[in-house]
Write a protein that binds this ligand. Structure first.
Ligand code: BGC
Length: 420
């Protein structure tokens, strides 16, 4: 790939993403509580849950340890953010997506923690100093414990607490805010927390009513935060990060097509359709392609990442086109990446992804940024620490950071593309 081959708009955002709970460390929220209760059983289940992953032999000793499932210090980004932002500069990036941890700002109901508020002030300043545009997520699946104890987003009256938190963020950090993402992948949060067997907090598996109530409350939360942003500043542009897969039918039968379309509607469209008049931009998180054949999902899995997820990076073009045609809003790729401890696929994945984004833009889609998941190796929810999504490898013992070869290459490509 050369700079001659591509031109991207001057203001295109090139960067990487993280979320507080996955990188900062020392969080106390509903997820850390859940880890304490569930880490041991996850470590015991590892053998039958993970033995089919392609890297089982390498990760086994880690995956059967309880400690793998405790976020703990994570990669200590809370204390090392200045150095991590230097890496963004080194990689020629101009943007960074992260979440502000509500449980830090409001550890007890109605009590704001000034020390933590100041921390994020310094954090924003550190980005500004390095000319990095923040993309700020307000909810990346973690909440204060007191909020979870009141039934969190499942209870309508609780939405007010989240809106109050959002207002606080706007009031404190408004000068730094341009791109704000209200919710990260609400449909995944609801699916994992209320429907799936492979439970996440609050682990109410099978509670369809709870899932519906929570979804409706999240829709309302999003709309209210959108209104609060509008009354706070016209500069703030509100988006949502949607986990969008490339669903496709591999045969022409009605059964296959209708199964595929139903799944696609429920997973990709249902939520965003309801808030589409209340967003300025759409965030696309792309990881999956799902092939339908004989009425069922049947992936070929020719090439899979360390988690066993099929890798078809080019299909992001279809996903972008579909989101563009459906919503006609600017798109930011808010997440996209691979679990790849050997760094054997990342460069290939990124090269194909940039290519595909460029094609979609040539076809008319307005894409305004590409934020890779993740800047750093991170705590991967119920899988714990072994999956390696980072452009930057982190040694969990020493916390030493090492730029992976794919990232060094990506940084050069970004440098060239930004020169135009
Ligand atoms: C989530 C991230 C997660 C990534 C990789 C996304 O769905 O937003 O938190 O680490 O996928 O699994």
């Amino acid at each position: 790939m050369t700079k001659q081959k591509y031109t991207f708009p001057k203001r295109f955002l090139w960067g990487a993403s993280t979320s507080s709970h996955q990188v900062e460390g020392s969080n106390y929220n509903q997820w850390s509580e859940w880890e304490d209760t569930n880490a041991l059983s996850l470590s015991k289940k590892a053998i039958y849950r993970l033995d089919e992953t392609p890297v089982w032999d390498d990760i086994k000793s880690q995956a059967i340890e309880r400690d793998n499932y405790i976020s703990g210090k994570a990669v200590d980004h809370y204390n090392r953010y200045e150095k991590d932002f230097d890496i963004l500069n080194q990689l020629n990036m101009n943007s960074y997506r992260f979440s502000i941890e509500w449980s830090r700002l409001e550890p007890r109901e109605g009590e704001w923690d000034q020390k933590e508020i100041d921390h994020y002030h310094r954090y924003f300043e550190a980005l500004k100093k390095r000319k990095i545009t923040p993309v700020v997520t307000l909810f990346h699946w973690t909440t204060p414990v007191w909020f979870a104890e009141k039934d969190g987003f499942e209870r309508k009256a609780n939405v007010d607490y989240f809106v109050r938190f959002a207002r606080k963020v706007f009031a404190e950090y408004g000068a730094h805010l341009r791109l704000v993402c209200t919710l990260n992948e609400p449909e995944i949060y609801v699916g994992k927390g209320w429907l799936d067997e492979d439970a996440w907090p609050p682990a109410k598996h099978g509670s369809r009513i709870g899932a519906i109530k929570t979804s409706l409350n999240l829709i309302s939360a999003h709309k209210q935060v959108f209104a609060a942003a509008r009354s706070s500043s016209r500069r703030i542009k509100i988006g949502i990060a949607n986990n969008v897969s490339n669903y496709y039918a591999a045969d022409d039968s009605l059964k296959t097509k209708s199964a595929m379309k139903l799944k696609r509607y429920i997973s990709d469209d249902l939520f965003v359709d309801r808030i589409k008049k209340h967003v300025d931009w759409i965030g696309v998180n792309y990881y999956f392609s799902n092939k339908y054949l004989n009425g069922k999902e049947q992936n070929e899995n020719k090439r899979v990442n360390d988690l066993g997820w099929e890798m078809l990076p080019d299909n992001i073009e279809h996903v972008i086109m579909r989101q563009w045609q459906r919503y006609k809003k600017p798109i930011i790729i808010t997440e996209n990446g691979v679990a790849d401890q050997g760094d054997q696929y990342r460069k290939w994945w990124i090269a194909h992804t940039i290519d595909a984004i460029h094609s979609a833009m040539k076809r008319g889609a307005r894409v305004e940024g590409y934020l890779h998941w993740s800047l750093l190796d991170n705590f991967e929810w119920s899988y714990g620490k072994w999956p390696r999504f980072g452009l930057v490898a982190v040694d969990y013992k020493t916390m030493e950071r090492t730029i992976r070869p794919s990232a060094a290459w990506f940084g050069k490509v970004v440098g060239n593309l930004r020169k135009g």
